[in-house]
Design a protein around this ligand. Structure first.
Ligand SMILES: C[S@@+](CC[C@H](N)C(=O)[O-])C[C@H]1O[C@@H](n2cnc3c(N)ncnc32)[C@H](O)[C@@H]1O
Ligand SMILES: [Zn+2]
Ligand SMILES: [Zn+2]
Ligand SMILES: [Zn+2]
Ligand SMILES: [Zn+2]
Ligand SMILES: [Zn+2]
Ligand SMILES: [Zn+2]
Length: 496
C-alpha cells in the first residue's frame, strides 16, 4: 500500500483477509534539485539574412523567425505577436518552398485612409458651435449625432492621444504615452540640436505635442500603425507604417514622406517602439529613413540623427552592434499611463541617440547632475569611474570597479574565482553546471531504485497470488476428500 491514504483507509485495508501480512510502503521521494533552474534563452531568433520572397499576412510583410528547438524557419506577423490577433504562420522549407499551417484566406491590408477627416470637418463647423466627437465614426459633428459621443474642444482634437483610448494589447500594440516631463526633455533636445525636421515613428503623442508648439521653420511627420490618428491629421503630416518591415500600406504615403524629407536639412528620427520590440529590424527601418532623406535631398545638405527609446538592458545590446554611433542617456523616460514606468526609480526605458550629448539638457529636471568628466547629465546617484571613464550605473544602483574584469559591475556582484568573472551569488555558470550534473546523477540513481522496487513488488504480488491459488486448491482437495469419505460412509452404512 502506498503513502497518501487516510488512517481509516489503512485500517480497512489491513482488516481484509487477503491483505493480512502486507506492509505499508513509504515511497521514497524524488531528490530535490539543487542547481538553479536553467534560464531559458530565447527559443526564437529573427532571421536577418534571408533574401528570398517575404510572405505577407493581412498586416503587410511578415518577419522570418527561427525556432531553435525544432530547427524550423517560419514567417509570422510583424505587428501582432498574439496568435489571436493574427494567426498567420508559414513555414519556410530548406528547398525554399513555403507551407502555410493556417489556410484561411489572407485578407488584404485595409485600404482606408481617412487622412484629416476631422480638421476638414472642423472647418465646416461654425466657431462657437458645440462639437461632438464620435469614436465609432472617428468624426466630429456640430451639436448632435446619432451615436453616443462626447462634447470636445478644438484643442482636444489636436491632441488625440489624450482623447482616444490607448490600445492595451500586450503583444505588440500597447500604447504608452510620454509624461509631460519626458515630452519636454525630448522637445528641448530637438531645439538644442537645431533640427528643422522631426520624423516621429511610433510616437503619436510626441508628434501632436511638437505640433502644438508651432515652432517656425520646423516640419513634422508621423508614422504609426494605429490608423485612428490619420483622421486627426492631413496626409502631408502622417501615414500608416509598419515599423519592423519598413512598409507603407498606402503607396502614396511614401511619396508624401519623401516630399517632407526633401524639405528638411537637419532631420531627427525619433522612435518609441512597443516594449519587447526586435531591435535589429527597427534599426534597419531607421537606417532606411535616413537613406530616404539623403536621396530626397539630392545634392542639398542632409544631416540626420536618431533617438530610440529602449529598456537599458536591451539598449546595451543595441549599443554593442552600433558602437560609436549610439550613446545611452541616463535620463529615465517616464510614461503617463504606465503603472511602473511613470516613476523614475521604476522605469527601465532610456534614450539611445547619436545626437550631440549636450543636446540632452537635464539641468531643470529633478534627480540629475552634470558630470564634468562625461560632459553630460547623469542620475544624481551615479558615480564616475576613472578606470572606465564613464558614470557606469545604468539603473541608478551603485557600481564597483573590478580590477580583474577591468570594468564596473553592480555592487551586489562579486568576482568569482571559478569562472573568473563577476556575477551575483548563485549565478555561476560553472557551479550551476556541476550542480546540474550532480542532480542528474541523483535522479538517475533514484529512478533505478524505483524501477527495481517496482519489479520486486510485482514479483511479491505474483508469489502471493500463487500461494493463494495453492491454498484454494488444497482447500478444494480437502473438501473433495471429506465428501468422498462422507459418501463412502453412507454407502457402507446402507449396506448394513
Ligand atoms: C509605446 S508607444 C509609444 C508612444 C510614445 N511614447 C508617445 O507618447 O508618443 C508605441 C507606439 O508604436 C505604435 N506601434 C506599435 N507597433 C507598431 C508597428 N509594428 N508598426 C508601427 N507602429 C507600431 C503604437 O501604435 C504606439 O503608438
Ligand atoms: Zn498579421
Ligand atoms: Zn458615430
Ligand atoms: Zn561621469
Ligand atoms: Zn569602472
Ligand atoms: Zn570581476
Ligand atoms: Zn562564477
Amino acid at each position: 500500500m502506498s503513502k497518501g491514504k487516510t488512517r481509516q483507509q489503512k485500517k480497512k485495508f489491513f482488516k481484509r483477509k487477503e491483505n493480512r501480512g502486507k506492509v505499508f510502503v513509504k515511497k521514497e521521494a524524488a531528490p530535490k534539485p539543487t542547481a538553479p533552474p536553467l534560464r531559458e534563452r530565447g527559443r526564437y531568433d529573427l532571421v536577418h539574412d534571408y533574401e528570398g520572397e517575404v510572405q505577407s499576412c493581412s498586416h503587410g510583410p511578415c518577419l522570418l523567425f527561427k525556432d531553435k528547438k525544432e530547427n524550423k524557419r517560419y514567417f509570422s506577423c510583424a505587428i501582432f505577436r498574439d496568435t489571436e490577433k493574427c494567426s498567420f504562420k508559414a513555414y519556410l522549407k530548406d528547398d525554399g518552398s513555403v507551407e502555410r499551417t493556417n489556410t484561411d484566406e489572407v485578407a488584404e491590408v485595409e485600404k482606408k485612409y481617412p487622412y484629416g477627416v476631422i480638421p476638414k470637418q472642423l472647418k465646416k463647423i461654425p466657431k462657437g458651435s458645440k462639437i461632438v466627437f464620435c469614436p465609432k465614426c472617428m468624426e466630429v459633428f456640430a451639436d448632435k449625432h446619432k451615436h453616443p459621443g462626447s462634447f470636445v474642444t478644438r484643442p482636444q482634437l489636436r491632441n488625440p492621444s489624450r482623447l482616444l483610448e490607448a490600445m492595451d494589447d500586450q503583444h505588440g500594440m500597447a500604447q504608452f504615452w510620454f509624461s509631460d516631463e519626458s515630452l519636454s526633455v525630448v522637445s528641448s533636445a530637438i531645439s538644442n540640436g537645431k533640427y528643422d525636421g522631426v520624423l516621429c515613428m511610433g510616437s503619436p503623442r510626441l508628434f501632436e505635442s511638437l505640433k502644438e508648439e508651432k515652432k517656425e521653420g520646423r516640419q513634422l511627420f508621423m508614422l504609426d500603425w494605429d490608423q485612428r490618428y490619420l483622421s486627426f491629421f492631413l496626409s502631408k503630416f502622417c501615414a500608416r507604417y509598419s515599423l519592423l518591415t519598413d512598409f507603407f500600406p498606402d503607396p502614396k504615403a511614401e511619396q508624401r514622406l519623401n516630399a517632407f524629407l526633401a524639405g528638411v536639412s537637419r532631420l531627427i528620427v525619433i522612435s518609441d517602439p512597443p516594449f519587447g520590440v526586435f531591435v535589429e529590424p527597427l534599426m534597419k527601418s531607421i537606417q532606411a529613413m535616413r537613406k530616404r532623406h539623403v536621396t530626397a535631398r539630392g545634392s542639398s545638405p542632409a544631416v540626420s540623427h536618431s533617438i530610440v527609446f529602449l529598456p537599458f538592458f536591451v539598449g546595451k545590446h543595441a549599443l554593442r552592434n552600433y558602437e560609436g554611433e549610439l550613446c545611452m542617456s541616463d535620463y529615465r523616460v517616464l510614461y503617463a499611463n504606465h503603472k511602473e514606468f511613470s516613476r523614475p526609480h521604476k522605469t527601465t526605458v532610456r534614450m539611445l541617440t547619436d545626437m550631440k550629448k549636450e543636446c540632452i539638457d537635464l539641468s531643470d529636471v529633478n534627480g540629475y547632475k552634470f558630470c564634468d568628466m562625461c560632459e553630460k547629465h547623469v542620475v544624481e546617484t551615479n558615480k564616475h569611474c576613472g578606470m572606465c571613464g564613464d558614470c557606469t550605473s545604468r539603473d541608478g544602483q551603485p557600481t564597483r570597479h573590478c580590477d580583474l574584469c577591468m570594468r564596473c559591475y553592480k555592487d551586489s556582484y562579486k568576482h568569482c574565482k571559478q569562472c573568473t568573472r563577476c556575477h551575483l551569488a548563485g549565478r555561476c555558470p560553472i557551479e550551476s553546471e556541476k550542480a546540474r550534473a550532480k542532480d542528474a546523477e541523483l535522479m538517475a540513481e533514484w529512478e533505478e531504485k524505483q524501477r527495481l522496487e517496482k519489479i520486486r513488488r510485482k514479483e511479491e504480488r505474483m508469489e502471493q497470488r500463487a500461494r493463494e491459488r495453492k491454498e484454494k486448491e488444497e482447500e478444494r482437495e480437502r473438501i473433495r476428500k471429506e465428501m468422498e469419505e462422507e459418501r463412502a460412509k453412507e454407502v457402507s452404512s446402507g449396506q448394513h
